[in-house]
Ligand binder design. Structure first.
Ligand code: GDP
Length: 441
C-alpha cells in the first residue's frame, strides 16, 4: 500500500524566525511550480538536492520570499518527490502556503504521514521510524544517544537478520511436511536449537535494557521523602534553582507532589517533592501522603532525608536505588554516617555531592557506547511475547513433537519479532504508531 497522492504540512512549530512547509508526492513538483516563481526558472528543471530563491504567489498576489529545496525521488526522506519551502515564520504565511497547496490539489497530511511514507517505501523499518519521534522528543544527551542508536537500526537490523535465519529454517521444516510420507529431515535440528538459543539471548538482553531505557526516555523519577520540615522543599528549590516549592515552618505545607525536571551529566531526572511522611488527621494532608507512597513506588531513585541518623522508613522495590541524606549540616554537631550524604539545602552545601550520588544510580555506559537499549514499550511488550513463544518452540523441539507443531511455534516467534521491525504489521498498528507523531513529521 504505497500512497503517492500529494500531501502538504508545516514541519516547524509556530514562533520561530523561519518556518518550513513540506509538499510531498507525485504532484509535488508541478504543484509547487504553480505557486512558486524564481529567477532560476521552473522547479521541474531543477536537479535534486538544490535550492532556489523565489516568491510564493497566489496569482498576482505576492505572499512571501522563500527558499525552496527540491528532493527528487527516490533520494528524499520519504522516497517520493519532495519540496521544502522555507518561509518567514509567520503563522499567517504558513497558513497561506498550506491553503494555496490545498487549493492546487494537495491534501493536508495527517500526523506522521511523511515518516509513514518513508517506512512504506522501505527507507526505514518500523523501529527506525519510531526513533524519529524519539529524536525529536529527546531532551538530554542520553535520550538522544539512545534514539540515535535506534534510528541507525542498531537492534532492529540484528533482529531482522536473526529473523531471516529463522525464516529459512522454518521454510525447510515446512518443506519436510510436504514429504511427510518419506521421513526426511531438511532442517538441521542442531542448527535450529542453536539459533533459538541465540535469539533467546538477544531478546533477553534487549528486554533487560528496557528498565533503564524507558526511565531515561521519560526522565528518571527521583522521590524526595522525609519527615515534615526536614527540608525537602528547600532542597528541591536548591536543585532547580528557583522558588518553585513553597517553603515554610508550618509542618505539612507540601500537600501535593511537586515535580521538576533537571539534567545531570547528560541524563534528565524528574525530582518529586512529596508531602512529609507522618501520621495526620487532616484529610487533605493524608491524600498528599498517599500520593507520596505512589510517587515512591514509581521512582527509580528515592532520596530519604533526615536531620539526624534514623531508621529507613521506605521499603525499596526491585530496581530502586536509595540515597540517604542528612540535611541541615550547617548546624553545630551534625554528624553524617558513612555512606550517607551530608548537605545543607538552605546554605547550599554538599549539593553537588548529592547530585553525583543520584546520577550514579543510573548506569548509562551501554547507552553512551551506542549499545542497543530498548526504550519503546511497544517493543518491550513484543520482546516479552516473543520470548514466551520462543520457549514454547524450544520445548516442542526438545520434546520431539511433530514437525508441523514445531513449525507453527516458530511461525509465532517470527510473527512477533516481525512486529518490532515492521515486517509483520497491520493498518491498525501503523495508525496507532503514527497518530502519536506531529503533523509534518
Ligand atoms: P519540608 O517540609 O521537608 O519540605 O521542609 P521545608 O523545605 O519547608 O523546610 C522546613 C524548614 O527547615 C524551613 O524553615 C527551612 O528554611 C529549614 N531548612 C531547610 N533546609 C535547611 C538547612 O539546610 N539548614 C537549616 N538550618 N534549615 C533548613
Amino acid at each position: 500500500m504505497i500512497l503517492n497522492d500529494t500531501i502538504v504540512a508545516p514541519a516547524t512549530p509556530t514562533g520561530g524566525a523561519i518556518a518550513i512547509v513540506r509538499i510531498e508526492g507525485s504532484g509535488a513538483i508541478a504543484l509547487s511550480d504553480s505557486i512558486f516563481r524564481s529567477p532560476r526558472g521552473p522547479i521541474a528543471e531543477m536537479a535534486g538536492y538544490t535550492a532556489a530563491y523565489g516568491i510564493i504567489h497566489d496569482g498576482d498576489r505576492r505572499i512571501d520570499d522563500v527558499i525552496l529545496t527540491l528532493f527528487r525521488a527516490p533520494h528524499s526522506y520519504t522516497g517520493g518527490d519532495m519540496v521544502e519551502i522555507a518561509c518567514h515564520g509567520s503563522a499567517y504565511i504558513v497558513g497561506e502556503i498550506v491553503r494555496l497547496a490545498v487549493e492546487k490539489g494537495a491534501r493536508a497530511a495527517s500526523a506522521g504521514e511523511f515518516t509513514k511514507r518513508a517506512f512504506l517505501a522501505g527507507k526505514m523499518d518500523l523501529s527506525q521510524a519510531e526513533a524519529v519521534a524519539d529524536i525529536i522528543a529527546a531532551d538530554s544527551k542520553a535520550s538522544l544517544t539512545m534514539a540515535d542508536t535506534q534510528l541507525r537500526g542498531r537492534y532492529s537490523h540484528s533482529l531482522a537478520h536473526l529473523r531471516g535465519e529463522l525464516l529459512r529454517l522454518a521454510a525447510l521444516l515446512e518443506l519436510e511436511l510436504d514429504f511427510s510420507e518419506e521421513d526426511v529431515e531438511f532442517a538441521d535440528r542442531g542448527e535450529l536449537t542453536t539459533l533459538l538459543a541465540t535469539i533467546d539471548q538477544q531478546l533477553t538482553s534487549l528486554a533487560a535494557s528496557f528498565g533503564t531505557g524507558n526511565a531515561i526516555k521519560r526522565g528518571v523519577a527521583v522521590a524526595i521523602v522525609g519527615a515534615p520540615n526536614v527540608g525537602k522543599s528547600t532542597l528541591l528549590n536548591r536543585i532547580v534553582g528557583e522558588e518553585r516549592a513553597m517553603v515554610s515552618d508550618i509542618a505539612g505545607t507540601t500537600r501535593d507532589s511537586i515535580e521538576e525536571s533537571v539534567a545531570i551529566d547528560g541524563v534528565r531526572f524528574r525530582f518529586i517533592d512529596t508531602a512529609g511522611l507522618h501520621q495526620t488527621d487532616d484529610r487533605l494532608e493524608s491524600m498528599g501522603i498517599e500520593r507520596t507512597h505512589k510517587a515512591v513506588e514509581q521512582a527509580q531513585v528515592v532520596v530519604e532525608m533526615f536531620e539526624r541518623e534514623g531508621e529507613d522508613f521506605i521499603a525499596l522495590g526491585e530496581g530502586q536505588h536509595l540515597v540517604r541524606v542528612i540535611n541541615k549540616c550547617d548546624r553545630e554537631g551534625t554528624t553524617v554516617p558513612e555512606g550517607w550524604v551530608g548537605i545543607s539545602a538552605k546554605y547550599d552545601q554538599g549539593i553537588d555531592g548529592l547530585l553525583k550520588a543520584i546520577r550514579q544510580c543510573v548506569d548509562t555506559n551501554d547507552i553512551m557506547r551506542g549499545e542497543a537499549v530498548v526504550s519503546n514499550s511497544r517493543h518491550y511488550e513484543a520482546l516479552i511475547r516473543a520470548r514466551e513463544a520462543l520457549s514454547q518452540a524450544t520445548e516442542s523441539l526438545e520434546m520431539g513433537i511433530s514437525t508441523d507443531l514445531v513449525a507453527q511455534d516458530i511461525r509465532e516467534v517470527l510473527s512477533i519479532i516481525g512486529e518490532i521491525t515492521g515486517e509483520v504489521t497491520s493498518t491498525d498498528i501503523l495508525t496507532e504508531i503514527f497518530s502519536k507523531f506531529c503533523i509534518g513529521k
